[in-house]
Design a protein around this ligand. Structure first.
Ligand SMILES: [Zn+2]
Length: 330
C-alpha cells in the first residue's frame, strides 16, 4: 500500500477520464467531436496551457446532472484511495458550470453525494473548496459566491484558478473579504506561471492560508524566507508542471531544493486525467526522477496532513500523522 497522504490540490473537473466522458456524453445525449476513447486520449496529449484549457472546458459539457457530478467524484475517490490518499480537499469551478446553465445546487449537491459518503465507501475523508476563475471578472466571482450561500454547509473554502498571468490576486480582494466574512478558508493559485509578487499579494491582499503551486517563489529569496518563517504550505503538482511546461523536465523540478530550504511543500495531482497521474503517481515520479528517499517522502506525506484543513478534527489529523510515521517503506 502506498504511503498515506492528503491531496490538497485537485480539480474535480480535471479527473474526467475519457471512458467516463464518453459514458456521460451517451447518458446525456451530448455529441463529442472524437471518434472513441482512444481518439480522445490522443487529444489529452495537448502541448500548452491554452489547448489544455480548451479541452478542459469542452469536456465539461458532458456534466449535466447531480448524478454526473456524483459519478465523477466517486471515480476520483476510488482512484485516490488506491494510491494512498486518506483525505482529499477537492476543488471545483462553479462558474464554468453556471455559465452553461448548470446550477450551483446541481454541482455542489451532486459532488456531495460522493464526498459525503466517501469515508464509509473509500476510507477517504473530504473537504470541498470552490474556486473562482481568475480570467473572469470579480463580479462574476462574487455572483458565484452568492449562489453558493445556500450550500455553505458543504463548502470549506475558496480558491482561485485558471489562467494566471494578467490576473493578479488583488483583483479578487473584495470577493475574498466576503468569503472570509462567511467563515470560509482561503487558498489561491499563485506563482505557477505568474511572478513571485503574485504569491506575496495572495498572502497580503487575499489572506490565503495556503498557496497552490507557488513554484516561482524560488526566484525571490526574501519570499522563500518568509514562507519558511510563516510555515505557509505550498501545494506543488510536479507532473502538471512538466505537462504545462512550467519546468522543462521533471529532473529540473526545484522540489528537492525547496525542501532543503525548509519550505512546507506538498505533492498533488492538479488535473490527473490530463497531466499523467494521480497523487501516488506524483509521489512515485518524484521518488524515481528526483531521487527523494524515504524520509523526504515521509516529510511530504506529513506536510500534506499538517497543511490540510483538518483544524476542526484534530483527532483525525493526529491519527493520519501517526499512520505516516508508522509507514514502512519496506
Ligand atoms: Zn490547479
Amino acid at each position: 500500500m502506498p504511503i498515506p497522504k492528503a491531496e490538497l490540490h485537485l480539480h474535480i473537473e480535471g479527473t474526467l477520464e475519457p471512458e467516463l466522458a464518453f459514458a456521460l456524453a451517451a447518458r446525456n445525449g451530448v455529441e463529442l467531436p472524437y471518434a472513441d476513447t482512444d481518439a480522445l486520449r490522443e487529444a489529452y496529449r495537448f502541448q500548452d496551457l491554452q489547448s489544455f484549457l480548451n479541452l478542459y472546458y469542452e469536456l465539461m459539457t458532458v456534466l449535466r446532472t447531480e448524478r454526473d457530478f456524483e459519478d465523477l467524484a466517486d471515480a476520483y475517490l476510488a482512484r485516490a484511495a488506491a494510491q494512498g490518499v486518506r483525505h482529499a480537499e477537492v476543488f471545483f469551478d462553479p462558474q464554468a458550470h453556471l455559465a452553461r446553465g448548470v446550477g450551483m445546487g446541481t454541482v455542489v449537491e451532486g459532488l456531495w453525494r460522493a464526498l459525503g459518503r466517501s469515508e464509509e465507501k473509500h476510507g477517504v475523508s473530504t473537504r470541498l473548496i470552490m474556486c473562482f476563475l481568475r480570467d473572469e471578472s470579480a463580479e462574476s466571482a462574487m455572483a458565484a459566491l452568492d449562489a453558493a450561500k445556500p450550500h455553505l454547509d458543504r463548502i470549506t473554502g475558496v480558491g482561485l484558478d485558471s489562467a494566471e498571468v494578467g490576473h493578479p490576486p488583488a483583483k479578487f480582494r473584495e470577493v475574498y473579504e466576503a468569503a472570509a466574512a462567511l467563515g470560509l478558508r482561503r487558498v489561491a493559485h499563485a506563482g505557477e506561471e505568474g511572478p513571485p509578487e503574485y504569491v506575496t499579494e495572495a498572502l497580503d491582499v487575499l489572506g490565503v492560508e495556503r498557496v497552490d503551486h507557488g513554484l516561482r517563489c524560488v526566484e525571490d529569496p526574501a519570499l522563500v524566507e518568509r514562507l519558511v518563517r510563516e510555515r505557509v504550505p505550498l501545494t506543488l503538482c510536479p507532473l502538471s508542471n512538466v505537462r504545462l511546461r512550467t519546468v522543462d523536465t521533471l529532473a529540473d523540478h526545484p522540489l528537492p531544493a525547496m525542501l532543503d530550504a525548509g519550505l512546507l511543500c506538498t505533492v498533488n495531482s492538479d488535473d490527473p486525467a490530463y497531466f499523467g497521474g494521480y497523487a501516488g503517481d506524483n509521489f512515485d515520479a518524484v521518488r524515481e526522477t528526483l531521487g527523494l528517499g524515504p524520509e523526504r517522502l515521509r516529510e511530504l506525506a506529513r506536510n500534506s496532513f499538517l497543511a490540510s484543513f483538518l483544524d476542526d478534527d484534530e483527532e483525525r489529523r493526529a491519527r493520519y500523522l501517526a499512520e505516516v510515521e508508522a509507514y514502512d517503506f519496506g
